[in-house]
Design a protein around this ligand. Structure first.
Ligand code: UDP
Ligand code: MG
Length: 311
């Protein structure tokens, strides 16, 4: 029997790229010795994305659409795609053609060699700002040092996962998801291939700084408790410094050295310690907010409509 591959493609205001995306993906996937389905997830787009995809779905049963009731975010959209994919393997890619559809065939051939997870590592990133490239580079390395899970660097969500891995992921219902971390966490036989990340085909990035920060916080807090533990070490160092300074003052007093009275140094110390305390409180808050999110037990996403998908 022919294998079925599911492509999961999240869409948020992508009316400018959707035509080309469908064209390229269809071109790559047709007339092969496998079957395919493309699951688009409309993540609450405010433009014409939804109606354009629906139009395409009418004419091609390979194309499927899940529409969210609002914007739930990229990672949640991917999750919904995986939850609804029927394939023997599931491939996640961006709509903007930064992840070239042709690379999908390489992912598939690795899968056929027997790997459960094939992730695509960015050897080069074209057409992205210096700021984005630099922060991404630093973040991937920082995360790797912080966490206990072996998360590959310079790797986004562009990857293939086997049916078995997909089923395991479906059982992980945590909210503030960092999907690429979860995929690493589940284990199985994993490998990577290198590719050059293209320029966005059209339109602007749907990942402004705010969403990037949220994603990176999700990555760190989901896979490391080191920031929390760091608190006590910083507290300890500050206390030790305070103790040493107290000794210095006593010795100066005993030695009869005239002391300078200065409010400047006092203010600096108060600000410094106050600042550190607030930062630590903030870090604790990030974790508590996530515990709160989990405890509410709301569904991860709300589906408004499905097209071309049989229940
Ligand atoms: N995306 C989404 N929901 C969002 C933000 C982005 O579904 O809230 C989708 C977007 O349509 C694209 C993919 O996620 O298919 C990656 O986004 P983008 O290309 O803007 O990110 P970048 O490549 O700039 O990091
Ligand atoms: Mg992109």
């Amino acid at each position: 029997m022919k294998k079925l591959y599911s492509l999961v493609i999240p869409l948020y205001n992508e009316e400018q790229v959707i035509h080309e995306c469908i064209k390229r993906v269809t071109h790559v996937m047709t007339d092969k010795d496998f079957d395919y389905e493309v699951i688009f997830i409309n993540d609450g787009s405010k433009d014409m994305t939804e109606s354009i995809v629906k139009e395409y779905c009418l004419n091609d049963a390979h194309l499927k659409l899940i529409s969210f009731s609002r914007n739930f975010g990229h990672q949640t959209a991917i999750t919904a795609g995986m939850d609804n994919a029927k394939g023997d393997a599931v491939i996640v890619m961006d709509a903007d053609l930064q992840d070239p559809p042709e690379v999908v065939l390489q992912l598939i051939s690795k899968y056929e060699e027997g790997y459960d997870v094939v992730y695509a590592i960015r050897s080069k990133r074209k057409g992205e700002t210096f700021f984005k490239k630099l922060t991404a580079k630093i973040f991937y390395r920082f995360l790797r040092n912080m966490c206990e899970v072996d998360i590959p660097i310079d790797t986004g969500d562009f990857r293939l996962i086997s049916r078995q891995v997909c089923d395991v992921l479906k059982g992980l219902t945590e909210r503030n998801r960092y999907v690429r971390g979860l995929v690493s966490w589940v284990g199985f036989k994993q490998t990577g291939i290198y590719y050059e990340r293209e320029e966005r085909f059209a339109g602007e990035t749907k990942y402004p700084l705010k969403k990037m920060l949220k994603l990176s916080m999700d990555g760190i807090t989901s896979f490391s408790t080191k920031p929390l533990k760091m608190t006590k070490w910083i507290g300890l160092v500050m206390a030790a410094l305070g103790f040493i300074y107290a000794l210095v003052i006593i010795i100066q007093k005993l030695a009869g050295i005239q002391m300078q009275t200065g409010w400047a140094s006092t203010i600096v110390i108060i600000l410094l310690i106050g600042g550190i305390q607030l930062i630590m409180l903030g870090i604790t808050g990030e974790y508590i907010a996530r515990i709160f999110d989990e405890s509410k037990n709301r569904p991860l996403y709300i589906i408004k409509e499905k097209v071309n998908m049989d229940e």
